[in-house]
Design a protein around this ligand. Structure first.
Ligand SMILES: Nc1ncnc2c1ncn2[C@@H]1O[C@H](COP(=O)(O)OP(=O)(O)OP(=O)(O)O)[C@@H](O)[C@H]1O
Length: 332
């Protein structure tokens, strides 16, 4: 078990399940609200000015290169680090002034989960439920429901050390949910998960968002975040570079579009007739030069209208990846 995990669970408020008034604030309609946050470690500036919002009911992706400050920010939101300057509200509360209040409303899943290897998943979750002061009569049912929800019911009574990495990851998610948080912070939650587990994680996070939870998730797997998230916050060198709706990131597409058809010859003929020369042709499809969303939509419609059996048409590398690369290019 890592120290942060123990500190996090054990410093919880006296009555997290009670009707605690959420501190009124202009920003209490968003789960997470961050303005001008900086954090220094000695002379190193890990965060130099982060702004972001993560609304309730939505999944916000935190995207940035190695060392951008994502984990530092998540630790601040989880009350495990204090900011050097700036304002932070999590579930309407200030993590520095009211860390216990924030912890009672926040689920935190770090990238490397420390677990008590000798406990079983059932015992492990019951331990955290107790640490969060869940009503004892409710613990067994809540733990059983969580184990089923993360597909660990059949391993519920084996020691944690026999679980695979992916199964431990799912146990970590169950732990983050044990006190039914309103805000969920996930650092690289899909690391170590196989494709099926990733898709189940996606479904579970979508369900939680639909029930009103504000979710902030960092990951390097952009294609996956693109399917999962509603919004994205790009960070680099400790600063927010851009905050976007996923639906709007297509405006960043710079690297071109990829089209694939069941009939390669028909596609080649149709493109040539429109004066479009592919930049390259691979098994993945024909790579076309950059064009606007509107032009891409018109081209797709006209190819389909002419009977070309198109089976895929989209930005090369995915919209989020294209936006990420475009932003990095702008910055250079
Ligand atoms: N305790 C610390 N002491 C000194 N520097 C630190 C400390 N923690 C983080 N940093 C520095 O702060 C910067 C941001 O680190 P952070 O771990 O937040 O980045 P990240 O975006 O999560 O990176 P990654 O994607 O690689 O996990 C890095 O330059 C890192 O070296």
């Amino acid at each position: 078990m890592c120290l942060d995990d123990a500190r996090y669970a054990l410093r919880v408020p006296e009555e997290p399940d009670g009707d605690v008034m959420v501190q009124a604030s202009a920003d209490s309609d968003v789960g997470i609200w961050v303005r001008g946050v900086t954090r220094r470690f000695g002379t190193a500036e890990a965060l130099r000015g982060i702004d972001l919002s993560a609304p309730y009911g939505r999944i916000t992706a935190l995207v940035g290169p190695n060392g951008a400050g994502k984990t530092t920010l998540l630790l601040i939101l989880a009350t495990l680090l204090t900011p050097t300057a700036g304002q932070v509200r999590v579930a309407g509360l200030d993590p520095v002034a009211d860390p216990d209040g924030v912890r009672s409303r926040t689920g935190w899943m770090p990238d490397a989960l420390g677990v008590y290897e000798q406990l079983t998943p059932r015992e492990y979750l019951a331990f955290f439920a107790e640490a969060y002061r869940i009503e004892p009569a409710l613990v067994a049912d809540r733990v059983a429901a969580l184990l089923a929800r993360v597909h660990l019911a059949e391993h519920a009574d084996q020691p944690v050390h026999v679980l695979s990495r992916g199964q431990k990851q799912r146990l970590g998610l169950a732990r983050a949910l044990v006190h039914e948080p309103r805000v969920l912070l996930l650092d690289e939650p899909a690391a170590g998960l196989d494709p099926r587990s990733r898709s189940e994680l996606r479904d579970l996070l979508r369900e939680l968002a639909a029930s009103g939870v504000a979710i902030l998730v960092s990951s390097h797997i952009l294609a996956e975040l693109e399917e999962l998230a509603d919004r994205v916050v790009f960070v680099a060198e400790g600063r927010t570079v851009s905050e976007e709706e996923i639906a709007g990131v297509s405006r960043f597409v710079v690297s071109g579009w990829r089209v694939r058809a069941l009939d390669d010859a028909a596609l080649a003929t149709a493109l040539a007739a429109r004066g479009i020369a592919p930049l390259g042709i691979t098994a993945a499809g024909s790579d076309l030069p950059p064009m606007s969303d509107v032009d891409a939509a018109a081209l797709l419609a006209s190819l389909v209208g002419d009977g070309v059996p198109v089976i895929a048409f989209g930005p090369i590398g995915g919209q989020l990846e294209a936006a990420y690369l475009a932003l990095n290019k702008e910055r250079r």
